[in-house]
Design a protein around this ligand. Structure first.
Ligand code: ADP
Length: 485
């Protein structure tokens, strides 16, 4: 160690102790020619040389060969002399030849009389930071390559809704190319029609949402797509949003197929209706003609034809209704009427076919609704016949009509003490062809269409339908309709 180090020198205990304790900081001094004159423990730790080994060598030893060739060490000394300090960040070389990233601060060293005697360099090992940065960059590239190569249309937006990157599938779906899109505002890139678009509102309102449906027609308006859009805001740190991920699913084809299926069901059930009625009518004629003269076998056969044609007739009517409801072609003939009066009619009809059950009107309000009387009658029939059908061992069905003045709604409920519906089965209950497992095993006949049609009818009236059942002691089905003043 050289003898002429100025105050504060690396030999000063206080400073020395501090410097020695900083493992990632290497501190060393050189003379004016760049020959190392002192070397702290941190420098030993970071660069691998001991003080004895390195003192007397040129500081160039810790620079990469390329930096040496380019005169970087000399440049640092010159900069320190000219500006009072030099700062840099670059690779340095350890004793074992390995490279590491470090930031360096170099400044001139003067003796107590102010005479320039060399330089001090403080070197900070930044390899961890550099590695983390490299990993982050790698992760970003990786994420970006996933996005770009994804078969799904994906878009990454910056928080100001400018487009950061997009997948190939996205460009294909929107018939756009990278140039037309990158760094542009989403709505600008996709055309003016998106201005004040509900999607914009949706994105402002929610941090994430799924399957938001919208119709997109290209700028040339040649084709129209039905898209399901999902979005997620990616938060970098608490509350500061980083980016928005948007995914698009083109369901145009599926929707067309669905429509085609509906059309087919509609047409097929319509076409079936007449031949079924004709079969039924001829069977009735035969039945009347042969009832007293034909053999038991013939009569039984005729009875079966009548039962089955009746079933088929019901099914085709249900399918026709379902398809009309689905395509929105059902016409509601709304009129104001007293719900209780209609209920009494349906209760009487149901009593004709069910003698075992007592249909009890519990609390029945005298409310008026503005609705399609025929369709609401259909709903009531469905609920009452189900209540009877699915409670074969019970004796009563309870009916209520209650008014909720605050919500301006009237609720009609039908409660049975039958086989009930487990909570798991309740999720799909109002979908088409939904039948619960306990029904299938109990062998009770049905099509699984009635509740779907009923709930669609109620929805079309601005109301809703639901069920309450624990799965043990029967079920309570209800529907709400808006009240008429
Ligand atoms: P269907 O009775 O012709 O099968 P619905 O659409 O009216 O058709 O009913 C759908 C299914 O819901 C039934 O098959 C049955 O599994 C269940 N369900 C309906 N009403 C009741 C009820 N009151 N109790 C128990 N299960 C019921």
């Amino acid at each position: 160690m050289s003898e002429f180090l100025p105050y504060p020198s690396l030999h000063d205990d206080f400073y020395k102790n501090i410097l020695e304790s900083l493992e990632d900081y290497g501190v060393f001094t050189t003379d004016r020619e760049g020959i190392v004159t002192s070397w702290n423990k941190g420098a030993e730790h970071v660069l691998g040389y001991t003080e004895e080994e390195i003192c007397g060598n040129s500081a160039e030893i810790i620079f990469t060969e390329e930096d040496c060739r380019n005169g970087i060490p000399q440049h640092e000394f010159t900069e320190a002399m000219e500006k009072g300090r030099g700062v840099d960040e670059r690779y340095h070389r350890r004793k074992d030849g390995s490279l590491f990233w470090a930031s360096g601060l170099i400044f001139p060293l003067n003796d107590s009389e102010g005479k320039h005697i060399g330089f001090t360099k403080i070197l900070r090992n930044l390899s961890n930071r550099k590695e983390a940065e490299a990993e982050l960059l790698e992760a970003r590239r990786y994420a970006q390559s996933i996005v770009e190569t994804s078969k799904e249309p994906i878009l990454i937006l910056n928080i100001d809704l400018s487009i950061n990157s997009a997948s190939k599938a996205f460009y294909k779906l929107f018939s756009l190319n990278k140039k037309e899109v990158e760094n542009k505002n989403l709505f600008e890139a996709l055309g003016q029609q998106w201005d004040h678009h509900p999607l914009q509102e949706q994105m402002q309102k929610y941090d994430s949402f799924e399957n938001f449906e919208l119709v997109y027609s290209s700028q040339s308006k040649t084709d129209e797509h039905i898209l399901l859009v999902s979005s997620r805001k990616v938060f970098r740190t608490f509350k500061s949003i980083g980016q928005i991920l948007l995914t698009f699913e083109d369901v145009t084809f599926e929707r067309k197929m669905e429509q085609a299926k509906e059309d087919f069901i509609g047409v097929a059930s319509h076409e079936l209706k007449t031949p079924i009625s004709v079969i039924k009518a001829y069977a009735q004629i035969l039945d009347m003609e042969l009832k007293d003269t034909a053999s038991e076998k013939v009569n039984k056969t005729l009875e079966r034809i009548l039962i089955q044609s009746d079933r088929l007739g019901k099914l085709t009517s249900l399918l026709l209704d379902a398809s009309a409801l689905k395509t929105g072609t059902i016409q509601l003939r709304k009129e104001p009427f007293v719900l209780l009066e209609l209920l009494l009619e349906i209760v009487n009809e149901t009593r004709q076919s069910s003698h075992q059950h007592e249909l009890i009107l519990e609390e029945v309000a005298d409310a008026r609704v503005l609705a399609d009387r025929f369709r609401i009658g259909q709903v009531l029939t469905n609920l009452l016949t189900n209540a009877v059908k699915y409670s074969p061992d019970a004796e009563s069905v309870l009916i209520n009509i209650r008014v909720n003045e605050e919500k301006r709604m009237v609720r009609t409920s039908v409660q049975d003490h039958g086989i009930g519906i487990s909570p798991e089965s309740q999720t799909d209950l109002f979908k088409r062809f939904s039948r619960t497992e306990n029904i299938t095993t109990a062998g009770i006949e049905g099509f699984g269409m009635g509740l779907y049609i009923s709930s669609e009818i109620i929805k079309a009236h601005g109301g809703q339908m639901g069920v309450i059942s624990t799965g043990n002691d029967g079920s309570t089905f209800y529907f709400d309709l808006p009240l008429v003043s």
